[in-house]
Design a protein around this ligand. Structure first.
Ligand code: AMP
Length: 290
């Protein structure tokens, strides 16, 4: 497995892989890899025979008071994990390689980035689209795997890829959870035992919502109100518990259709957790009675 730090060397490796007849895939990450990331690698490997994984804690997607400095950085362990999983190349550029002196261009986001996390993290999605566009430009024609854990990110990147005619096929991969329902996240490492126990309120609230929806409930308030109450009772603060259109992320109709996204963002201690289910599509994160 190759470890590459320089953008042009990464571009050359992707070009060479395609020239040798491989289907190229990229799994973009910020590192501190866990089983959620490795599910993206597996999904990519099922569809492409040359899989690269990037590790880059992207400064432009963090707000001024967010956790950029203390974000977990575990490159050595990440590289070992990738090697064991059959990744062909890890691309881990330094900050100055992705944002060299004089750079100034940003990919401006639109309506898909405005609700949910966009309301609470104003620069976040512009940072994401900018770094992912840079990564796609270096990778060239490829498959790119993203987790449904960051559902809005997946939709924003899908929109950007369509809008900019980028030669990339986007693959959305289901959320990987701990046995007790907590969605895996590199930020879970910040949680105290108490935060973590309270954080399970999210998976419980989402599960109850799935059951209500699957039993025929179509009144948005009757889904959101109990979910919000349950998360509010356990969280240090709640950014949102909201239903939105699963494709456009626009507000839902007064009576819900066959498929709708229920998304949650809340803080437990200082740690912000996000999670979601697509009602009408996903099963409950927790088994009945859990
Ligand atoms: P991150 O390193 O947190 O930026 O995440 C990199 C990619 O892994 C993103 O596409 C995430 O959506 C995805 N991801 C993170 N956690 C999970 C999870 N628990 N299940 C599925 N995908 C995930």
């Amino acid at each position: 497995m190759q470890l590459v730090r320089e953008p042009e060397a990464y571009r050359r490796a992707c070009d060479a892989a395609r020239a040798a007849g491989h289907r190229v895939a990229i799994v973009p990450t910020m590192g501190a890899l866990h089983a959620g990331h490795m599910a993206l690698v597996e999904a990519a490997r099922a569809r492409a025979d040359w899989v690269a994984l990037s590790v880059f804690v992207n400064p432009t997607q963090f707000g001024p008071n967010e956790d950029f400095e203390r974000y977990p950085r575990t490159l050595e362990a990440d590289v070992a994990r990738c090697e064991a999983a059959g990744v062909a190349l890890v691309y881990a550029p330094p900050r100055e390689a992705m944002y060299p002196a004089g750079e100034e261009t940003r990919v401006r986001v639109g309506a898909t980035a405005a609700p949910l996390c966009g309301r609470f993290r104003p620069v976040h999605f512009e940072g994401v689209t900018t770094v992912v566009a840079k990564l796609f430009a270096l990778t060239g024609p490829c498959l790119a795997a993203f987790g449904r854990k960051d559902y809005q990110q997946l939709r924003v990147i899908t929109r950007m890829t369509t809008d900019l005619f980028l030669p990339v096929e986007i693959l959305g991969v289901p959320i990987v959870r701990e046995p007790d329902g907590l969605a895996l996240s590199s930020r879970n490492a910040y949680l105290s035992a108490d935060d973590r126990a309270r954080g399970l309120s999210i998976a419980r609230a989402l599960s109850a919502a799935v059951r209500r929806f699957d039993a025929g409930e179509r009144d948005p308030e009757a889904i959101v109100r109990p979910a919000l109450a349950a998360v509010r009772a356990a969280a240090s603060s709640v950014d949102y518990v909201e239903l939105v259109d699963a494709d456009t992320l626009a507000p839902p109709p007064a009576r819900l259709g066959a498929r709708v996204l229920l998304a949650v963002a809340a803080r437990f201690g200082a740690t912000r957790l996000i999670d979601n289910v697509v009602l009408g599509e996903d099963g409950p994160p927790l088994a009945a009675g859990a």
